[in-house]
Design a protein around this ligand. Structure first.
Ligand code: COA
Length: 321
């Protein structure tokens, strides 16, 4: 399976650290030093569906395919306004696709989960041209009085078109339960039989523990994939890592003992956009002409659960108009 189209879309509204310091007990220097984030984009006037649609159209355009050519739409999304229908179903209408679709929740690793699933569909001949859309609004999970979580996230969407071809070499997905370390609960309706009234709980996160788990898990995935494919870190041209915290990326880089140029980032501008983060980064690098034919790329992401997803692929250059 190979990637033949990429797209991304970000909200118009830029929110800087100083703007947050206007109503939270925080500062630009704290946020920058601890996370590397300088600003983020937050949905205000647009909707997540519009962002997802925009990213998908750009990916389709760069792939040279029309919406009707797509035979599966996989959408990675943790939560949006609708529990049902899925974001994928809603997108079918605005994109003009008519194909099976579903949303998957692989938390911040959702894009890699979607790619792994698409790879299986393509290998078995179940689908031939798959559109993957990762669209997330994590800003709506946070309590905006809680400085320890709300400063970390941004909203965004990314899309990839994949089809048969030489590209993805290997995937590694893992999961283990650590619910208490990071969760966001939404209340459900009460029935006459199940009267447990649950309140929505904004994102709860033990930052230090998440940090530790994230570094350990990502390092484990990257090392395993390298070893399994007879590669060393030097053979990888770019590590596209989940953009959650610059210090997490730096810990992984130091472990691998590789130069900074191999670890491009955009967390400075967008914060943690959950499962969209690697896709946005990939789209930007590809459009800037930084990803060359034959480059070897390692993707690695982790997210609530905890789940992780990593992949190695050979890049095929995409032409943009
Ligand atoms: N501004 C100012 N101070 C803040 C703050 C903020 N935005 N958020 C927390 N603090 C304070 C804390 O209250 C604490 O104060 P205290 O020492 O008086 O108790 C102090 O800063 C240190 O907090 P701590 O949580 O230990 O900081 P940290 O160095 O671990 O950094 C995170 C916190 C959240 C940035 C870091 O742990 C992290 O990035 N973890 C991973 C989160 C993540 O990636 N989540 C998504 C996974 S997909």
């Amino acid at each position: 399976m190979k990637i033949i189209g990429t797209g991304s879309a970000l909200p118009q509204k830029v929110v800087t650290n100083d703007m947050l310091a206007g109503f939270l007990d925080t500062s630009d220097s704290w946020i920058t030093t601890r996370t590397g984030i300088r600003s983020r984009r937050l949905l205000s006037t647009e909707t997540l569906r519009e962002l997802a649609n925009d990213a998908a159209l750009k990916a389709l355009e760069s792939s040279g395919l029309r919406p009707e050519d797509i035979d599966y739409l996989i959408c990675s999304n943790v939560a949006n306004t609708y529990v049902s229908p899925s974001l994928g179903s809603i997108l079918l209408g605005s994109l003009g696709c008519c194909c099976p679709t579903f949303d998957l929740n692989g938390a911040c690793a959702g894009l890699v989960y979607a790619l792994d699933m698409a790879d299986a569909f393509i290998k078995t001949g179940k689908a031939h041209r798959i559109l993957i859309v990762a669209a997330e609004q994590p800003s709506r999970f946070c309590d905006w009085h809680d400085r320890s979580t709300s400063v970390l996230f941004g909203d965004g969407a990314a899309a990839l078109v994949v089809t048969e071809g030489e590209g993805f070499m290997d995937f590694r997905l893992t999961g283990e339960n650590h619910t208490d370390v990071m969760y966001y609960k939404r209340s459900l309706e009460v029935t006459p039989y199940d009267r447990v009234e649950e309140k929505t709980t904004p994102l709860v996160m033990e930052g230090r523990e998440v940090f530790r788990i994230a570094v350990e898990a990502s390092v484990r995935d990257v090392d395993t994939l390298l070893e399994r494919n007879g590669l060393t870190g030097n053979d990888i041209d770019f590590f596209l890592l989940h953009q959650a915290n610059m210090r997490i990326i730096e810990c992984i880089r130091v472990h691998l003992d590789l130069p900074r140029e191999k670890f491009p980032t955009n967390i400075q501008n967008y914060g943690n956009t959950s499962s969209a983060s690697i896709g946005i980064l990939m789209d930007e690098l590809s459009r800037e002409g930084k990803l060359k034919d034959g480059d070897t790329i390692m993707m690695s992401a982790f997210g609530g659960g905890f789940v992780t997803g990593a992949a190695i692929l050979k890049w095929s250059e995409i032409k943009y108009n």
